[in-house]
Design a protein around this ligand. Sequence first.
Ligand code: T1G
Length: 706
Amino acid sequence: MAFDALSEVVKTERQGGVLVVTINNPPVNALGVAVRRGLAAAMDVAEADSAVAAVLIVGAGRNFIAGADIREFGKPPQPPSLPEVCSRIENCAKPVVAAIHGAALGGGLEVALSAHYRLAVSSAKLGLPEVLLGLLPGSGGTQRGPRLIGAKAALDLILSGRHASAKEAFALGLIDRLGEGQDALAEGLAYAQELVAGQAPVRRTRDAAALADTEASRAAVDAARADTAKKSRGLFSPMKIIEAVEAALALPFDEGMALERKLFLQCIDSPQRAGLIHAFFAEREVLKAPETKAAKPRQLDSAGIVGGGTMGAGIAVAMLDAGMPVTMIERDEPSLARGRAHVEKVYDGLIKKGRMTPEAKAALMARFSGAMSYDALAQVDIVVEAVFEDLAVKKAVFAELDRVCKPGAVLATNTSYLDIDEIAASTSRPGDVVGLHFFSPANIMKLLEIVVPAKVSADVVATGFELAKKLKKVPVRAGVCDGFIGNRILAVYRQAADHMMEDGASPYDIDAAVRNFGYPMGPFQVSDLAGGDIGWATRKRKATTRDPKARYVQITDRLCERGWFGQKTQRGYYLYPEGARTGQPDPEVLAIIETERERAGIKPRAFTEDEIMRRYMAAMVNEGANVVHQGIALRPLDVDVTFLYGYGFPRHRGGPMKYADTVGLPQVLADIREFAKQDPLFWQPSPLLVALVERGADFASLNQSE
Ligand code: T1G
């Protein structure tokens, strides 16, 4: 029987009495309009063909269906809608089987839920992750899901957005059959033929009865609402999800579907949806750097780390977790022992929490070795230097690496500030030197700035990206400048915060405003966590080159002079009695600020939360524009991903540059020009921002493929 193409992405073929409907819409079989039309047409074919006794829906390629086509959101909807396609499938007069492999996510799982029977191979992943995009399941997931698996299980899946394994899905009742092999088509066909032979009836999920225990269902909804109220930190869609699932308890199916649709469209209109979908695509676009397109990565089977301090040990853990053998170099035995202890401390902590066994730790540590001689690095594929942040010290390390490492080894530095071109130039192989800027704790923080010096070869940069993939990090390509992308922009908006503090805003009000904006912490809490001594050392290092005309707020220096570095000294901007992690406002700090204002001749004034955030974000966005303008970041989305994964920027706002587009660049520029009236030296509008406003464009216009 020849294939009958209902659309270029959906094909049908009758195999015996089963009509096999194959979705083939690379890369992930997203439910774009052509797929929706193809599926609806396939149901018509099935019903019209008397030789068809059952229908089997499968996906071609790596996945079943990864959901609605996210790129269609925000654009004018094209019929049929996915809810219509799902009810078409559910109302098919012949049994419909969904055979799942790879991902069945969002609308993909909703298509499967509208089928009458579901099978999944053991490697399949099933979930309703719409909440991660600021949405809710908009094609029956909130109505069919609870009816099939109960309110509690459905709310857990939908509110977490997590992917359930096929095994768990089977246990939940989300699927009826767990495939033995990995061939969904073969397993699905056998299952459909078995159903036909057994004259299995059409079984609509809308009629499933897992909500029968109304008391338990009610309790699940109430518990989820209470928990979400505490945890959702201003997110829009979680409460809409609960409202939709609650409707499944109380309303007839069709009315529940209508309410789900209404709530779904409210989520579509929320700016959080735009921010979260931007983040989804941006974290995939950052992988597409000129070097990753132009070159293949080098071998990456073994690694060396120079330096066993906090960063060196964290990087070693990340590499051990990724399955790599790691050799750590330290200058002497005690330092090496300290380095090993830092690494072991991470795993001992996991064992204590019951998240690792001593055997697993032993297996990991078996791939860890330490040495004092650089000769131990002669055969490794990549070395990451993580020693004290001093140029002379780093050059000495690279001279040793240049002497011992094999040809083709990648020589990386974890410097956060120093000039990598100068470090590279100190070796005979500058083409092999690259910056790999990890963030502390390096085994936890996802961001990895891949810093590209002038002479580096493309395959070395591509190797940096490959390492990021191996370590499950999010890589962002950055050019060489003081602070690269993240720390350079941080330095500027941190200054803006200091200016506001000296002008009258309390550091505690500034932190509160930043938290209300969606950050986990404000700038003064962050500096207390990181330790004020690091910033102090940087300010002292820069004192000789600082522009004497530039405003310099000395308040933090006053605290550092007293040894108040933050959590590690039980006080900084906040007091941390008995090592508490949450600080208390400190009246002595407020007194010091008062004194500094008098010394600087400043009459304090009031700041509203709105003004605090406009200044804070204007400083961040303006410097972000400079970083893009100077080619340090490839696109505005690279700045966004840097701040989402390295600086706690609230994901639902999409990143600073996306946020600026949401506010409108003319407004941001107007704010900067307003602020420049008091301080024209600090508030110099970025030429890129001015140019974009003049041509009526936004930052998104520079994110090509978006
Ligand atoms: N729509 C459009 N493009 C998508 C897509 C989607 N749903 N999913 C992935 N892509 C693109 C992605 O941008 C990338 O493109 C390529 O596919 C490979 O993806 C009505 C409202 C499925 C687990 O949230 O989680 O259904 O960069 O690099 O690592 O209720 O993609 O190559 O150009 O991630 O193998 C709900 C999102 C949608 C799932 C595969 N679904 N996708 O991971 O590949 S909302 C999701 C994923 C919805 C309904 C609602 C992952 C994956 P490019 P990749 P991967």
